[in-house]
Design a protein around this ligand. Sequence first.
Ligand SMILES: NC(=O)c1ccc[n+]([C@@H]2O[C@H](COP(=O)([O-])OP(=O)(O)OC[C@H]3O[C@@H](n4cnc5c(N)ncnc54)[C@H](OP(=O)(O)O)[C@@H]3O)[C@@H](O)[C@H]2O)c1
Length: 252
Amino acid sequence: MDNKGYVLITGASGGFGLEFARQLEARGYSLLLHGRDRARLQLTMNAMHHPTHHRLILADLNTKTGVNDLLKGIEHSPLTGLINNAGFGIWGSFEKTGIVPQIDVIKTDLKAPIELTHALLPVLIKQRGFIINVSSLAGVSPLPYMSTYAAAKAGLTYWSEALRTELVEKVRVVTLAPGPSPTGFRDISGMPAGPGSFFRTKVSKIISASLTTLDHGGGYCVPGWRHQLLYALQKITPGNWALRIMSKQLRP
Ligand SMILES: NC(=O)c1ccc[n+]([C@@H]2O[C@H](COP(=O)([O-])OP(=O)(O)OC[C@H]3O[C@@H](n4cnc5c(N)ncnc54)[C@H](OP(=O)(O)O)[C@@H]3O)[C@@H](O)[C@H]2O)c1
């Protein structure tokens, strides 16, 4: 296999992370596959054609120790690419949801990508590498009953897009903003299957769209026509209407 260097994929134990692993292995990269659940991460490894080229790393990104453990685990593998993909959301009224899981969403979905990127940027610049930040269309407008998740993804989108501009000609940056997709995300968030199901888009299509954006030098990527339609609707719907519609859709 033609080895193009190492790529760290956070949250590689399923969903988008597993598909990133498949498509990046096919492009000739060695992978550092991160997650918390060893058994599920091993399933990702089992799906690889060249498992000896890749490595598993366990770390909980909710904690400072976990972020440090992950950085320590990769210090001898000069990175070409970083995929900030790990994340989760919680569905429910803000008032009735405990503060610990709300803050964990901010830590995993926003704080950890910023910390990892800051620590790994010198080597990514040296390698003229790339970063893909997996944000969400949840970051385009406020989302009642997923308020903290939407805030984390809005933050991630703004940060990623600003970074893309700062790093132009040094590191290619993709901000991936998918809508509803068939992964483990819904079950973990506790969200029912109904809302947004028309817009659901195949995971392989989402990941290949992000890699095509990368091939074009980076950018903001809304993958597939269904997600692009949802994005257009978000953009043209007046704020208060959008809040009312989303509130009706997502109210527990
Ligand atoms: N599916 C959607 O509808 C959708 C839409 C837009 C954006 N996204 C975003 O896409 C990304 C990937 O999610 P997915 O849809 O593929 O869901 P998923 O199948 O639930 O995968 C989430 C991944 O994140 C990891 N993760 C979660 N919390 C973690 C923590 N504290 N520390 C370390 N790893 C953690 C999980 O690892 P373990 O299983 O090992 O804990 C898992 O590998 C997330 O950032 C999500 O917000 C999803």
